[in-house]
Design a protein around this ligand. Structure first.
Ligand code: PEP
Ligand code: MG
Length: 561
């Protein structure tokens, strides 16, 4: 039997099934009398405190999930979550379990309804928080992966960060879950720990039995159940070969990426917070090509102040010790909303009031961020990156505002890097077509292929129904990339790429051949991309790219890669 799934973390895993099952919680539905309100409030608050203590202990152990647990503490400090639950107890006379259940479900529904995959997955954090606090309110002990005593492949409907925090990674050969997508916690944890994983398997949990031998094959995105001896031997051989290759990749991950004919290429990472930066540095990143600062705004209950932002950017700049930190200015709107700010309803939010357009209409928000970025530039090599540009005048206006901030800081005697580089993201067709003019106004380009592909092909990047049409191998995308890189090189400037296409290990040689100077990628792929770069020459890559540029369809291009 073969079951198909979504590849969450690459590799081959072989072992017996270890089924991990959690019981559905039964929430008492009785309303309480007035004289029980205080008691239920105390029960709720003590349960929250007990979970925070548990999280704190986990953070002190400095495991791979500390960042997630810190995020959970942040969510529990959100007064809205606490107050809504307390109000339900006080005003609606719900018992503590019922009140928390209602509040948490409200958060989960809100996060799940968003279009953004990353944020959608954050609903999982609230699911985890819900179960953990309910367990404490109801005095239940949750099922726990520390009971797994032998090597095996975990098969579960879903795994939360609290579940994975109890597993002994040395015993876990692989992970299979019915739910979850590429950016789910299970996927991120599996990638971090280097454990092969398939998610979104739908009904694998019900189909599999404890102890059955299974093989995870992420190359084909399948789980093979009870293979015969011949197939098993074949996979064992493949597994050993992969192990050897992985060892070599890891040994070389901190070495520079230089092509066979001597061109040095920057391999950077994309981050959304300091935890991502730690991970990137531990995987060999030589800088940050994209800091998505919107998470700083989204994980907050008000617009973050200059001081709050400055602390985060400075911390990142210092950690990088002189390596590049490319900070993208606020890219909000579209499907990225803020709990504390009402966006107008729009028919086409992706073509609507977003990113720079919002920043120009709310100059105080834009300037607060620019001042924080500039001040952090005194502590390392910071670059400014402007998103969603469509015109020269937008760049001129942004530069004007940056200069205004510099003048203010100078007057106030605050330090910053006078020569800070300013670049723009190339993610709209308009910016591709006027790249020659735009590059005159900035120091560099960074291509955002996620949006560029969506806007060039008129294919919504989050719409599952047309996901097969969303393809960065489309000749229109590749020819745009070439045009943009050439425009920057013509005037002695450079182009990087921070969109997901840079992380595609099949595309490295092609992108090199198109002249890309910097790859900003997901941390898990740094070692492989560096290895790809080392194994080709520019001459060979350029010839290859020329050939590819003449092919007329995405399918043919993908096949020839
Ligand atoms: C992009 O559009 O390629 C990009 C890197 O930005 P984001 O994915 O944050 O929209
Ligand atoms: Mg984008």
């Amino acid at each position: 039997m073969k079951l198909k799934g979504i590849v969450a973390s690459d590799g081959i895993a072989i072992g017996p099934v270890y089924k991990f099952e959690k019981v559905e919680l039964e929430i008492p539905q009785d309303k309480i009398e007035d004289d029980k309100v205080e008691e239920q409030l105390e029960l709720f608050n003590n349960s929250v405190k007990s979970y925070i203590n548990f999280l704190q202990e986990k953070i002190n152990e400095k495991g791979s999930q500390s960042e997630i647990f810190e995020a959970h503490i942040g969510m529990l400090e959100d007064p809205f979550l606490i107050e809504s639950t307390e109000n339900r107890i006080k005003d609606e006379k719900m018992n503590a379990a019922m009140a928390l259940d209602a509040t948490a479900n409200e958060f989960i529904a809100m996060m799940s309804s968003l279009d953004d995959e990353y944020l959608k997955e954050r609903a999982d954090d609230y699911k985890d928080i819900r179960v953990q606090i309910l367990n404490r309110i109801l005095g239940l002990k949750s099922a726990d992966l520390s009971l797994m005593k032998k090597e095996g492949i975990i098969v579960a409907k879903d795994l939360t960060p609290s579940d994975t925090s109890t597993m002994n990674a040395d015993l876990v050969n692989g992970i299979v879950t019915d739910f979850g997508g590429k950016t789910a916690h299970t996927s991120i944890i599996a990638q971090t720990l280097g454990i092969p994983a398939l998610v979104g398997m739908q009904d694998a949990f019900d189909k599999l039995e404890n102890g059955q031998t299974v093989i995870i094959d992420t190359e084909n995105g399948v789980l093979i159940v009870e293979p015969d001896d011949e197939l098993l031997a074949k996979y064992k051989e493949k597994y050993e070969k992969l192990e050897k290759e992985q060892k070599i990749l890891e040994e070389n991950m901190f070495k520079k990426a230089i092509t066979e004919d001597g061109k040095e290429i920057d391999v950077f990472c994309n981050i959304g917070n300091i935890g991502d930066l730690d991970l990137g540095l531990s995987q060999g990143a030589e800088g940050v090509g994209l800091f998505r600062t919107e998470f700083l705004y989204m994980d907050n209950d008000k617009f973050p102040t200059e001081e709050e932002q400055f602390e985060v950017y400075k911390d990142a700049a210092e950690k990088l010790e002189g390596k590049a930190l490319t900070i993208r200015t606020l890219d909000i709107g579209g499907d990225k909303e803020l709990s504390y700010f009402e966006f107008p309803k729009e028919d086409n939010p992706f073509l609507g009031w977003r990113a720079l357009r919002i920043c120009f209409d709310m100059p105080e928000v834009f300037k607060t961020q620019l001042r924080a970025i500039l001040r952090a530039s005194a502590y390392g090599k910071v670059l400014i990156l402007l998103p969603m540009v469509i015109s020269v005048s937008e760049v001129e206006k942004s530069v004007e505002i940056i200069e205004e901030c510099k003048a203010e800081l100078k007057k106030e005697g605050l330090e910053f890097d006078e020569n800070i580089e300013v670049g723009i993201m190339i993610e709209t067709p308009a910016s591709v077509l006027i790249a020659d003019e735009l590059i005159e106004k900035v120091d560099y380009f960074s291509i955002g292929t996620n949006d560029l592909t969506q806007y060039l092909l008129a294919v919504d990047r989050g719409n599952q129904k047309i996901a097969d049409l969303y393809n960065s191998y489309h000749p229109a995308v590749l020819r745009s990339i070439k045009r943009v890189i050439d425009a920057s090189h013509k005037v002695g400037k450079w182009t990087g790429m921070c969109g997901g296409f840079a992380s595609d290990t099949k595309a490295t040689k092609l992108l090199l051949g198109l002249g890309l100077d910097e790859f900003s990628v997901v941390s898990g792929n740094i070692a492989k991309i560096k290895d790809n770069i080392r194994n080709t020459s520019m001459e060979e890559a350029e010839k290859f790219a020329d050939k590819i540029l003449n092919i007329d369809s995405a399918e043919k291009i993908e096949n020839s890669l």
